[in-house]
Design a protein around this ligand. Structure first.
Ligand code: C2O
Ligand code: CU
Ligand code: CU
Length: 539
């Protein structure tokens, strides 16, 4: 078991090395490499029970370098997944031209998917299918990371309900830079229940991936220029990109749209709203459709979270615009200017800075609008009384210790599972994330007199969960209330934002596969710095 006394000087230097990440593309190898054994060939014996006669989808994804004209002038060096469909392609794979973002998978529940990942990066990599419930060898644990030149074969059946999932690299200590330089894609699942609703489809189904970056005067992405500050707080950019495009605007028709939002940023939190104050109609979260649409004045999205909106522009005039913005809120890592980057220079915009996200320019009349159904799906609510640990939640204390964030005083260890990280297949449990030890708040200051209270978007692999309860500690309420009415906790989730001072309880059933899975903070710099652990589902 690692505790902080065991964090060596080398680990600290590694963290600082993370800060040299802007060298990543040019001087790869400076970054610590994953310790997975590249010769350890994955062994699969996934027992498939093809639930249907749906066609097999087989795709090669090559992770490699590329360049794109993102701005006028010099092209931007990027990393990208190139897709090559081997079988069952058709409409299942949508490539985004002019974007570093990976292809969009569009598959049906029950479909079998084979992916060969070819690593043409200068560093180890592996793909994780965020939100999908698949066997452990398919899940992209960092111990399966493959060396440059190697490949990894995925073969799984999609058992998730309809929803927008996504995929991204997951090699130890390299997830954040690899995502940052462009490696991420969407994995959209549909099912029959959803199809029967007649929701906006085709051109009216619009995924919007929101990310932030910093570009230098040569149009190159800059990562980690603030060294350890970035590792502690998380990367914050100064330029918002939607689907890989800065200053994004899109032409839409006067019709209803299904807008599928992913916060694909490394660490930024958004408070999304329509600029004109139109309420947002939310129809889905991480794990798919809500039972009923809900309305929000704004929605709060932490990294890794998804939200789907139903937006009806049919009554709007041609030539008008609907602007999605991020509203201002108080920065929690409240050292203010210090943490906001004043000290280090060249930093991005602090969390809470008001931002333009995307401009939708409304044009001609589009397809007739089918009214949004009042019932979208049924969600069987877990009952806390059925939880095996209902009186003693499995508790995870999130804390700032030294220069890293820990979970129950531990950092990530590649193969370790502690005794309190073992669960039983079939059990329903209460998991509790407790964010009271940021070092700031009412508890005095952390690092060098700076307040390090930070939100942690906590993510679990291998499951979808339901949110049971949120409690905010005294002294943290006012900052909390600037964001808390934007949470959408009604549906299935795989990532939940745990605010400073907050305790969030979730109900989770480990019902599908045994094996070792991860839970971690989806602030990717926190994750890379070790705010991640294994848990094991035992049969
Ligand atoms: Cu999207 Cu383990 O993460
Ligand atoms: Cu995940
Ligand atoms: Cu975190």
């Amino acid at each position: 078991m690692t505790n902080l006394n065991q964090i060596s000087r080398r680990d600290v230097l590694k963290l600082m090395g993370l800060g040299a990440g802007s060298l990543y593309l040019s001087a790869c190898g400076l970054l610590p490499s994953a310790s997975a054994d590249p010769t350890a060939a994955p062994v699969f014996s996934t027992p498939f029970t093809p639930a249907s006669d749906l066609p097999l989808l087989s795709v090669d994804l090559t992770a490699g370098r590329g360049a794109l004209p993102i701005f006028s002038g010099a092209e931007t060096s990027i990393l990208k997944y190139q897709a090559e469909v081997k079988e069952g392609g058709g409409e299942s794979i949508q490539t985004l031209s002019d974007s570093y973002l990976g292809p969009i998978f569009r598959v049906k529940q029950g479909q079998r998917v084979q992916v060969r990942l070819n690593n043409e990066l200068p560093d180890p990599t592996i793909i994780h299918w965020h939100g999908l419930i698949i066997p452990e060898a398919m899940d992209g644990h960092p111990r399966y990371a493959i060396a440059p030149g190697k490949s990894y074969d995925y073969d799984f059946q999609v058992i998730n309900r309809a929803g927008m999932y996504w995929f991204h690299p997951h090699p130890h200590q390299l997830t954040a830079p690899q995502v940052y330089y462009g490696l991420a894609g969407l994995f959209i699942v549909s099912d029959e229940e959803e199809a029967a609703l007649g929701l906006p489809a085709g051109e009216y189904d619009l995924p919007l991936v929101i990310q932030d970056r910093i570009f230098d005067s040569q149009n190159q992405m800059v990562y980690g220029a603030n060294g350890m500050m970035d590792a502690m707080i998380g990367f914050l950019g100064d330029t918002i990109l939607v689907n890989g495009a800065p200053d994004a605007s899109m032409d839409v028709k006067a019709s209803a749209y299904r807008l599928r939002l992913l916060n694909g940023s490394n660490s930024r939190i958004y408070k999304l709203a329509w600029q004109d104050g139109t309420p947002l109609s939310v129809i889905a979260t991480d794990g798919g459709l809500l039972e009923k649409p809900v309305t929000r004045e704004y929605i709060t999205m932490g990294p890794g979270e998804r939200v789907e909106l139903w937006a009806d522009f049919s009554g709007r005039n041609a030539g008008s615009e609907m602007n999605l913005v991020s509203l201002p809120f108080t920065d929690f890592s409240g050292g203010g200017g210090m943490m906001g980057g004043g000290m280090m220079g060249g930093a991005g915009l602090p969390n809470g800075t008001p931002l333009d996200i995307v401009r939708l320019r409304i044009g001609e009349k589009g397809a007739d609008v089918t009214p949004l159904p009042s019932q979208l799906s049924t969600i069987e609510r877990h009952d806390v009384n059925n939880a095996v640990n209902r009186n003693t939640p499995r508790s995870f204390r999130l804390a700032m210790q030294g220069m890293v964030h820990t979970i129950n005083n531990r950092l990530f260890e590649m193969d370790a599972v502690a005794r309190d990280e073992i669960v039983r297949l079939g059990d329903l449990e209460v998991w509790e994330f407790v964010n009271l030890e940021g070092g700031g708040g009412g508890r005095g200051m952390g690092m060098g007199g700076m307040n390090m209270d930070m939100p942690h978007p906590m993510h679990m692999h291998g499951v979808q969960f339901q949110i049971l309860d949120r409690q905010i500690a005294r002294g943290f309420e006012s900052a909390y209330r600037e964001l808390s009415s934007g949470f959408v906790d009604d549906g299935w989730k795989d990532t939940v934002l745990v605010m400073p001072g907050e305790t969030v309880q979730v109900l989770v059933r480990f019902e599908n596969y045994t094996g070792m899975f991860l839970y971690h903070c989806h602030n990717l710099e926190h994750e890379d710095a070790g705010m991640m652990r294994n848990y094991r589902i035992e049969g």
